[in-house]
Design a protein around this ligand. Structure first.
Ligand SMILES: Nc1ncnc2c1ncn2[C@@H]1O[C@H](COP(=O)(O)OP(=O)(O)O)[C@@H](O)[C@H]1O
Ligand SMILES: [Mg+2]
Length: 308
């Protein structure tokens, strides 16, 4: 084929889709740099749950936590999944010998005794999970106050601290067993990550049914405050359809920010990091930082409503 200088390229580099995306990302980063939040008010306890595996619960828990810490908040992540992925992503040791959430739930260790500081930030704390937690689901069955164990430990932890953390974020396992029930009993808010793929809404009514049971019998304060759309691939119609459908059902709860599917997000845990630390300028990190700003602002608005 003959190459010719005077044939115009289909588009110049400056208005290619990639260039536009980069320019957009740069301007979003600039906006984030100007955000100045004064995080105040009582501790918000948020459980990140969805009984499906692989929908982005852990990724959301650790990245929202890290993003909130980067905004100046003090955040405790409670890793309630025996797989310990949140502990890994936050870079805290969680071998079989590490004192963990298991000891809190089964042997009534104070939470303060097991909390570690993430190397990522002095404001980012983690109550690690170990493999022992896999047995806790069964061991709890025969325990007194089995649904309230985490709540009691957390209340003691927060009231013993002269300057309690601003956020507690609980990463749940993919089931509706006693570990998740402990999270629901301890939390004020439920955050559901929804993967923008087929079957996204399947199982949601079961999850919300469990929440209603918890509200009725164990924790009237628990409410669905936030839905976050994750692993969004804007090139597919399906992702857009799922997002539209979720927004039509839950217009108030769904965050405006959507988390894109991004390789950087999935690489970060293998370096023992959140994407905020691993590549804070990447599209995934920027989206999680924006989502964290939204989450924090919504809380401030709620507090102000309560105060007026
Ligand atoms: N936005 C994203 N882009 C790319 N990969 C992602 C994203 N969010 C999560 N993942 C990957 O998807 C998998 C499941 O995510 P994870 O947070 O562990 O889900 P869950 O805790 O619900 O089981 C992990 O391998 C994670 O790295
Ligand atoms: Mg997980």
């Amino acid at each position: 084929m003959q190459e010719s200088d005077d044939v115009a390229a289909p588009f110049s580099i400056d208005d290619s889709p990639i260039a536009r995306e980069l320019a957009d990302l740069t301007s979003r980063r600039k906006v984030l740099e100007t955000v100045d939040l004064h995080i105040e008010g009582p501790t918000r306890v948020i459980t990140v749950s969805n009984q499906k595996g692989g929908v982005g619960k852990t990724t959301t828990a650790v990245n929202m936590a890290s993003a909130l810490a980067s905004l100046g908040a003090r955040v405790l992540v409670i890793d309630l999944d025996p797989q310990g992925n949140a502990s890994t992503a936050l870079g805290v040791p969680h071998t079989a010998e590490t004192p963990s959430v298991y000891d809190v739930l089964i042997d009534e260790f104070p939470l303060a005794d097991i909390v570690q500081v993430s190397p990522e930030s002095p404001r980012l704390l983690c109550a690690p999970s170990t493999i022992h937690l896999a047995g806790a689901e069964i061991e709890l069955v025969s325990q007194v106050a089995r649904e309230h164990r985490l709540r009691t430990a957390l209340e003691d932890y927060l009231s013993d601290d002269a300057d309690p953390v601003d956020f507690v974020i609980i990463d749940c396992p993919p089931s509706l067993g006693l570990l998740t029930i402990n999270a629901f009993t301890a939390a004020h808010e439920l955050m559901i990550p929804i993967q923008c793929e087929y079957y996204a809404l399947e199982g949601l009514s079961q999850l919300l049914g469990s929440v209603r049971m918890i509200q009725k019998h164990l924790n009237p304060r628990l409410h669905l405050s936030t839905i976050l759309l994750t692993m969004y691939d804007g090139r597919t119609r399906l992702a857009q359809q799922v997002a539209d459908e979720v927004r039509s059902h839950f217009s108030k709860e769904v965050l405006h920010t959507v988390i894109p599917r991004s390789v950087r997000v999935s690489e970060a845990p293998s370096f023992g990091q959140t994407v905020i630390a691993y590549d804070g300028a990447s599209a995934g990190a920027v989206a999680y930082r924006e989502a964290a700003v939204e989450l924090a602002r919504r809380g401030l608005a709620e507090n102000n409503k309560g105060a007026s």
